[in-house]
Ligand binder design. Structure first.
Ligand code: PLP
Length: 280
């Protein structure tokens, strides 16, 4: 059963209406969110998630989210959780109601991890590359596109997943119009060659991933080299392994890209999962 809490720490019924119909988060997707993984009652990467919420709010010219408010809501969700050992904890923060006084709407919602995600963590996924329609300089040239902000406007990301499904795959690797690798619709891409982990820089218009950062931290500590640098699409099929990382999916192995089966990276995946888990 989902658990919903408001920023004053009050628990609310998630099956009852809460948000006004003229809330700009609902009307225009005008707002931001974060999804934090909680394992055995302990939130992972809490600080980086909150920092990213603040960064997204700044990019959207929204008031700075209250740390105390989201902490209260988080504690209330965790304290009332009766489900499994893992929680996908969502923080939602919208611009508030149309024509209102600008007070944002905020809440935290605890959800079970979907069975599909658990299956993908274990079995890996087939992905397709899809053009995101902008080039690698767009984020700097056109900041109003909000590339790299975690906004509630995920309709495009969800449409891309449906396109992947039509093409017989479960996931998407977005690319720029000039052939650089971006990210998944809800994940960060990591390519591994030998003992080197690589991920594209956030400056090309993607979200800086908290899971990727945690994995890179652990890997570096154990002597791997880590690089944040542009990756071209053909480099994916040449890598020893390609992975999609996010709070909820953790580190998931990509076994097929655009119908081409990649080198078997099952053993490598095991090593990366161990590294990631060693952070907690
Ligand atoms: N990129 C996008 C577009 C995302 O939506 C997400 C998470 O949902 C990520 C990357 C991965 O971020 P994190 O590892 O912080 O969950």
């Amino acid at each position: 059963m989902p658990v919903l809490a408001l920023l004053d720490g009050t628990i609310a019924d998630p099956t009852h209406p809460l948000v006004r119909v003229d809330d700009l988060g609902l009307m225009r997707g005008d707002g931001i969110f974060e999804t934090v993984l909680v394992v055995d009652g302990k939130p992972r990467e809490l600080e980086p998630h909150f920092d990213r919420l603040v960064r997204s709010a700044a990019m959207l010219d929204m008031p700075e989210p209250s740390r105390a408010g989201f902490d209260r809501a988080t504690r209330a969700v965790l304290g009332n959780w009766t489900g499994g050992p893992e929680i996908a904890l969502k923080w939602v923060y919208t611009r508030g109601v149309e024509g209102g006084d600008g007070t944002p709407t905020g809440f935290a919602l605890g959800l079970e991890i979907a069975d599909k995600v658990k299956r993908q963590r274990a079995d890996g996924i087939a992905a397709v590359t899809l053009d995101r329609g902008f080039d690698a300089d767009a984020a700097a040239r056109a900041p109003w596109l909000l590339l790299g902000a975690k906004t509630l406007s995920y309709a495009v990301n969800m449409a891309a997943l449906r396109e992947a499904d039509r093409r017989g795959a479960e996931e998407v690797i977005f690319t720029t119009s000039d052939g650089a690798v971006l990210e998944g619709p809800t994940s960060t891409l990591i390519a591994v060659s030998g003992r080197t982990l690589r991920t594209p820089p956030a400056t090309i218009g993607i979200l800086p991933g908290t899971t990727q950062a945690a994995l890179f931290r652990a890997a570096e500590r154990e002597g791997w080299s880590v690089k944040v640098e542009p990756i071209r699409v053909p480099e994916l099929t040449e890598a020893d392994g390609v992975f999609l990382a996010s709070s909820v999916r953790k580190v998931t192995r990509v076994h097929t890209i655009d119908g081409t089966q990649l080198t078997d990276s099952t053993a490598l995946h095991g090593e990366l999962v161990r590294l990631y888990d060693s952070e907690y």
